[in-house]
Design a protein around this ligand. Structure first.
Ligand code: KG4
Ligand code: ZN
Length: 388
């Protein structure tokens, strides 16, 4: 996606000069099953201070269904969003009148939830007479390592969550080059569905990780889609089906659950490492050969909910060691969905002078590298545009 200056909120709502003063941004996240709000301060030199961050998980509401139910999610966001906004402002120690802008996830995600957060943000921006910033949820994840330490551009990003699995070169705010993505399911989806077929519960990722701790990772031989291929795409649908078949054919004891979880997790680790290794070569090749400014070690960031998995982090850590990349991973609390990363992406866009009109729409699909996705959608396209 390349940046083009978005129109300002309206003619009579001017953006204060964001570069010369501290900015205070309220972030709102509601694209899946977490309602989250946060207030972040950005100093003119780019220093970030997170003043508050609140997350209300909907796990209990979705657990009986073994997955996220969009209608339940939308209603649950609506129930808590107002009080969460109030708490984020209260906890931050600032008042509404101190806020410089409101940033809200505008996609991609479950449309009912995205609309809930975005409409709340619009209402607040209008009543406070401050700008609205429509944030791409994926950009939040992409910039999230900066919440704990400065992470200079460019860097290679592996974004692994429940809805997305992609490898991108992050060149700057709003400047992404997609190197690979899943052609079917996301890695998190494979964790969630594998947990479901094994009866481990919801959310699947942490359940599988826990079960895997006592299992034998070599007990089941599972397929490794695209392993060794000369591109950086992923495929997880076949692996998910293989887990379902293997479990159905097993004695379905706790030992079978543990062994299959360990085998599945090991396979995901191997696939992620193999695809990332390929993308590391592509990333290095794409950098200008500037001998006066060799940017070594190269930086690699892993973000998104699946990045909370300790086995996956360890495997990627070892890969980085081998390939002379520095691994920068957000702390676990910023791997899964949160509003701090949305406030951060909003603050960075605001610092560059970008705001959005109140007419901005919620988008169920919104690839980060929009132009490339439109030209070559690797994971399908439809009325709502390319998926990733
Ligand atoms: O980033 P996220 O909170 O939401 C999306 O944007 O999708 O990611 C949620 C995904 C879920 O599929 C969840 O099962 C997975 O991240 N996840 C994990 C772990 N913790 C969360 N997967 C594997 N191991 C974990 N420890
Ligand atoms: Zn996410």
């Amino acid at each position: 996606m390349s940046l083009s200056p978005a129109p300002s909120l309206s003619d009579d709502i001017a953006c204060s000069d964001p570069v010369l003063q501290d900015t205070l941004v309220l972030g709102i996240e509601s694209s899946c099953d977490e309602t989250a709000t946060a207030v972040l301060r950005r100093a003119p030199d780019g220093t970030l201070t997170l003043l508050s961050s609140i997350i209300a998980s909907q796990d209990a509401a979705h657990r009986p269904f073994g997955g996220v139910v969009p209608e339940i999610a939308a209603r649950a966001h609506l129930t808590v969003i107002e009080s969460l906004i109030e708490r984020a402002v209260l906890d931050s120690g600032v008042s509404y009148s101190d806020l410089s802008a409101i940033a809200a996830t505008s996609g991609p995600g479950l449309i009912g939830g995205v609309i809930t957060g975005l409409m709340s943000a619009k209402g607040l921006a209008l009543s406070l007479n401050i700008p609205l910033i429509a944030v791409n949820h994926l950009e939040g994840h992409a910039l999230s390592p900066n919440l704990s330490q400065p992470c200079p551009f460019p860097y290679l990003l592996l974004l692994v969550s429940g809805g997305h699995t992609q490898l991108l070169s992050v060149n700057g705010v709003g400047d992404y080059t997609k190197l690979g993505s899943t052609v079917d399911d996301a890695a998190g989806e494979a964790f969630d569905k594998s947990a479901k077929v094994m009866g481990l519960g919801f959310p699947g990722g942490p359940k599988v990780e826990h079960a895997a701790q006592s299992g034998d990772a070599n007990a089941f031989a599972l397929p490794r889609p695209f392993y060794g291929k000369d591109h950086a795409d992923f495929s997880f649908a076949g692996l998910k089906t293989a887990v379902a078949r293997a479990y159905a054919a097993s004695d379905q004891t706790p030992k079978a659950q543990a062994d299959l979880s360990a085998s599945f997790q090991k396979t995901v680790c191997e696939v992620l490492v193999d695809r990332t290794k390929r993308a590391m070569t592509m990333f290095k090749d794409s950098l200008p050969s500037d001998t006066e400014n060799p940017q070594k070690p190269f930086r690699f960031v892993v973000a998104g909910g699946v990045a909370a998995n300790r086995a996956i982090r360890a495997a990627l850590d070892a890969l980085c060691e081998d390939e002379s990349f520095e691994l920068l991973a957000p702390p676990l609390k910023f791997c899964t969905d949160n509003a701090a990363m949305i406030a951060l992406a909003g603050a960075e866009r605001f610092a560059l002078g970008y705001t959005d009109p109140l007419s901005v729409k919620a988008r169920p699909r919104w690839p980060l590298d929009e132009i490339a996705a439109e030209e070559n959608p690797s994971s399908g396209s439809g009325k709502q545009g390319p998926r990733s």
